[in-house]
Design a protein. Structure first.
Length: 214
């Protein structure tokens, strides 16, 4: 069983790591500006699921493989980076359609919801910042004399996606509010759509060239 002091200490470290904007925050802001508040919040939920999948991977030993194998780490990182670039290109290409989309917004279909959740999941799961944090820090808070290790890691690790869900949702709501102002002018909306796309492309490119000490 995880001690209360270990749980809250790990939660504090997770909070300190999350409040420093990284790939997930920048991606959430870009999504809020380009496709709206609701889809940004769905992206946040997908991202949290992706991060907790990292927790599961670390709990059952896969996280150690990712962090110790340069090849596996690079593959995971490049997959996430490539997906970000792809989404950025799509946002930039369709920036002129944002005004029409904003005016016609009536809700998200189930298929679209799953697509947005998937986008957030991929970025969350391929985020090197969180997987390195989990692989390096999470095992230090496990007491091998207090029971099975994986359940302890799964319990401790829940801190990361929960805190990220709250923090990233705030970013999504703030950016979504800003998008409403941009939407008053089709020119502004095209500008923010193009800028958001370029931010995602730049984020993906930066991520691709980031070293293993992210």
């Amino acid at each position: 069983m995880v001690s209360t002091s270990h749980f809250w200490t790990f939660a504090a470290l997770a909070f300190a790591m999350i409040v420093v904007p990284g790939p997930s925050v920048l991606f959430t802001i870009s999504r809020a500006l380009t496709v709206g508040r609701r889809e940004a919040l769905l992206t946040v939920a997908g991202n949290a699921l992706g991060v907790y999948t990292q927790v599961v991977a670390v709990a059952f030993g896969l996280g150690a493989i990712v962090t110790t194998s340069a090849t596996v780490f690079t593959v995971v990182k490049l997959c996430g980076a490539g997906y970000l670039v792809y989404l950025g290109v799509q946002a930039f290409r369709h920036r002129r359609k944002l005004a029409d989309a904003f005016a016609a917004e009536v809700g998200v279909t189930p298929g679209r919801t799953l697509t947005v959740l998937r986008d957030g999941f991929v970025v969350g799961f391929a985020n090197p910042k969180s997987i390195v944090f989990l692989a390096a820090i999470l095992p230090q808070f496990v007491d091998v004399h207090a029971g099975s290790v994986p359940p302890q890691m799964l319990l401790l690790g829940i801190c990361l996606p929960v805190i990220a869900l709250i923090s990233d949702s705030v970013w999504a709501l703030v950016a979504g509010t800003a998008r409403a102002w941009f939407a008053r002018s089709p020119r502004r909306l095209r500008l923010v759509g193009g800028t958001g796309g370029l931010v995602m492309i730049g984020l993906g490119t930066t991520l691709a060239f980031t070293g293993r000490k992210d």
